[in-house]
Write a protein that binds this ligand. Structure first.
Ligand code: ZN
Ligand code: ZN
Length: 569
């Protein structure tokens, strides 16, 4: 499978795509997979689960290899706990499938849909196309019936594998992944006798470790204890500890339960012929679902564990400053309010998945935009691993992701947004006179809106520019002789209809004229010292600070009328 020309840069995506092709076999369609439980907001760390196979799929499309990105929503998982901010009565839904829990915010059909929807929207904006599968639909339609019956008929072999890998239970950390939590839930349900009386363990009824668990027909919860299974009739008997229901379910005809997670995952690798799937670091511990699944997929389901990459955590700097839709942990929706979608892609593709990194929505966003713009210029000229990451971030097989037609530096847009606190149209007019001609506001988008949102939401109040509403009469009445002269020259020369060049000339030229030089003359050391003092004076009088946005930009943003007023004209 052609990787491209020899000497082309090779990154983690190239290597992962090679692995996926090797797994599928030359000439075969490749399936890359991801999976997530929509039990709560899907934060930027979880985004790695989706975006890692996406980049691999895109690389394969680029090579002309048939590929699909299959995403499984683990929405048939149980609702585990009532998070803060949700009415306490939602506790009655604990143990029910996420698709059977109502949406407390009443905007979606279920709890699961409420948390899927915003991520689906962000993924569309990010150019991530996937074939989405709902595990509720798969299980309740009976799609997995043969696999369920197979797993149940070979439950003793499965139990032998699980037992071999079973280790002393460790409570997961608060930030444990859903699947890790599911692992623990499985183990709690299946290992009640694990660390107790050895004779109890020895006599443990195999039925307690049954690989399939129904949701109670009466109350819909998974708080059931399996009491018997008849292989001849495939009838499972259970009792429910929540409602007291005692009943049966026929695995050949009913579809009201699911395989336990450690069996479910390898079953799906086989069912969907998965060739590549990333996994979070937490899956790589001994006895984890990945380790167990690797063994079960070949011994029971006649498939082999997919090629994989292990991905590390994504951290968040400056999160406490922001109001996030995930209660402190930012989501893709939050990130896309301030970053162009190719830039958010770039944060993930430029580093190997094994590398942890931090996302920072603070001051470093400005530098990130500069770095991104510089890389784009470099990509036009040369090809290396860095520019390859830029290309992967910038476009997909479906086309180029949205970037501004006129790429004004983010720092300029945010300065103007900061000073004016005004509308996009006003900012556009000031940007126009600042040396960035454009036909309409649209030419500045999507960057302009993101700069406005970043300035409003992420620049702390004490770092914002506060334009004076009235002249500083005290300061104006105590000007030195030099200062008085500068202001007189400045106001005299400031054009009625300024643009960036004319304002820049006046700002820098005023101290020259005061020393008997012309605007075009090179500044002397004395003039340079005067410029510093003059600039500070302007900042004092305009924004009550010793520094601020670039003065020509500030003057243009305020408009000559306001500037004249504040300078005592
Ligand atoms: Zn909703
Ligand atoms: Zn029940």
């Amino acid at each position: 499978m052609a990787r491209g020309q020899q000497g082309d840069p090779v990154d983690w995506v190239t290597r992962a795509a090679d692995d996926a092709v090797r797994h599928a076999g030359e000439g075969n369609r490749v399936t890359v997979a991801s999976g997530a439980s929509p039990s709560g907001p899907i934060h930027l760390g979880n985004l790695r689960e989706f975006i890692t196979p996406h980049f691999v799929a895109e690389e394969l499309r680029r090579r002309g290899v048939p590929v699909r990105h299959l995403h499984s929503w683990d929405d048939f998982d149980r609702f585990r706990k009532v998070p803060a901010g949700v009415p306490a009565e939602w506790a009655e839904h604990i143990g029910r499938p996420l698709t059977a829990v109502p949406d407390p915010w009443e905007c979606h059909a279920s709890w699961a849909e409420h948390f899927k929807a915003p991520l689906q929207e962000s993924l569309r904006e990010l150019g991530v196309e996937m074939e989405e599968v709902s595990q509720t639909e798969m299980y309740t339609s009976g799609a997995y019936r043969d696999q369920v019956l197979l797993a149940v008929s070979r439950r003793d072999e499965i139990e032998a594998v699980l037992a071999k890998h079973r280790t002393k239970r460790v409570a997961p950390a608060d930030d444990a992944s859903e699947q890790e939590a599911a692992d623990l839930a499985d183990s709690v349900a299946n290992e009640d006798d694990e660390e107790g009386d050895p004779s109890a363990a020895a006599s443990a009824d195999a039925i307690a470790r049954f690989p399939y668990r129904p949701y109670c027909r009466e109350c819909g919860r998974d708080t059931v204890t399996t009491t018997a299974y008849d292989d001849a009739t495939t009838t499972l008997s259970y009792t429910c500890s929540s409602c007291g229901f005692e009943g049966t379910t026929d695995l050949s005809t009913d579809t009201d339960g699911k395989l336990v997670w450690k069996v479910d995952w390898p079953m799906r690798w086989a069912y969907e012929s998965v060739n590549f799937e990333p996994a979070g670091r937490d899956h790589m511990t001994p006895g984890s679902s990945y380790t167990v699944g690797t063994e079960l997929v070949s011994s029971i389901f006649d498939w082999r564990a997919p090629a994989r990459v292990i991905y590390a955590f994504v951290g968040f700097a400056g999160v406490q400053k922001m109001s996030s839709s995930a209660g402190g942990v930012p989501t893709a929706t939050d990130a896309l309010r301030i970053l162009e979608s190719p830039m958010l892609r770039w944060l993930y593709v430029r580093r190997a998945p094994t590398q942890a990194f931090d996302i920072d929505f603070g001051a470093s966003v400005v530098r990130l935009y500069d770095e991104w713009d510089a890389l784009g210029r470099k990509a036009a000229e040369k090809s290396d691993v860095a520019t390859l990451a830029w290309q992967r971030a910038s476009s997909t097989a479906a086309g180029t992701l949205p970037t501004p037609a006129v790429p004004v530096p983010f720092r300029t847009l945010s300065s103007v947004a900061d000073v004016t606190a005004g509308s996009a149209e006003l900012i556009s007019r000031i940007i126009e006179s600042s040396g960035f001609p454009h036909d309409s506001v649209d030419d500045l988008e999507p960057r302009l809106t993101k700069a406005m949102q970043w300035t409003a939401e992420h620049v702390p109040a004490d770092e914002r520019t506060n334009v004076r509403s009235a002249p500083d009469t005290e300061r104006l009445s105590s000007l030195t002789e030099d200062e008085e002269l500068w202001l007189r020259i400045f106001l005299d020369r400031l054009p009625a209809e300024p643009d960036l060049d004319s304002v820049t000339a006046v700002v820098y030229g005023t101290p020259k004229v005061a020393r008997g030089l012309g605007f075009e003359d090179a500044p002397t050391d004395q003039v340079k010292a005067d410029q510093k003092d003059f600039f500070r004076l302007l900042y004092n009088l305009l924004v009550s600070a010793d520094r601020g946005p670039r003065l020509p930009t500030l003057v243009l943003a305020l408009g000559t009328e306001k500037v004249r007023h504040l300078l005592g004209a």
